[in-house]
Design a protein around this ligand. Sequence first.
Ligand SMILES: C[S@@+](CC[C@H](N)C(=O)[O-])C[C@H]1O[C@@H](n2cnc3c(N)ncnc32)[C@H](O)[C@@H]1O
Length: 265
Amino acid sequence: MEILNDLPDDRFLELDAFLSILSIYEDRTRTRRLQRGLRPLLRPDLVVLEAGAGLGHMTAYLARRVQRVYAVEENALACRYLRHRFRQHPKVQVLCGPVETVEPPEPIDLVFQELYGPLLYDESLAALERLRFRPRAVFPDSGALEYGLLDSRRLKDPVARPDILPLLEGALVADLVPEVPRFRPLGTLCTWHWPEGLHCGEANLAGRAGDLVVLRLVVRHNGRVLCRAVECPNWPLVFTYRAGDRFRLQFVYEDALSRVQLEWR
Ligand SMILES: C[S@@+](CC[C@H](N)C(=O)[O-])C[C@H]1O[C@@H](n2cnc3c(N)ncnc32)[C@H](O)[C@@H]1O
């Protein structure tokens, strides 16, 4: 979804973010897998806080199974919608604003979050390390960013052609190729665990053939895979042209945004 007309900057940004929230729900695999992972953790006496409640579809799922749900959402349009949707719901309290600023009036048994970006930490996971309260558990509690290599000549993709790729040097491009059948990662570039946070190492491609680097998100809970990019279409694969044998990513958290830097050595 794309806004095609001129709008004031603030309105454009708010609406653009809202449209990207709407598009999440096209991915039914994501929703199904999250619900399947959550189900065994839920009990009627639990107090749950949803960090980033979107349109509230998971909120409604949680509210049917637990004592109370605090639905926290920072996007003003989504929050307005949540307030309306749950206005008479006895178990749901909607809180508008960044989850980092919330101080819930009671202990939180479980935080449910889905704040993963296609590069793992490029959307909002950093917010979970800045909470003003300490939940007993977080679901999902971990994730990883895997890397691999492809030979664009073998790929025979009409877009990611060997003579086009060098022009993309230095850029991380989501969805350049829609899927890579039988993708075999070479290793893990970054991992994130709650509560320890993010750890990134260096990718080593020395001795490996291929001109196109592929990065793939994996969402996990308690060591089990919930979703991989493309399998859950909400997350695309990310590509970059190979500009050396070693690279790393850095995530710089500024103004509530994680900026991503790619560095080749
Ligand atoms: C990927 S959606 C997930 C929505 C819902 N939890 C679900 O799984 O269907 C992420 C939501 O988190 C919200 N969000 C992102 N960062 C946030 C923050 N720091 N505080 C509150 N909400 C946030 C976004 O606006 C978006 O609605």
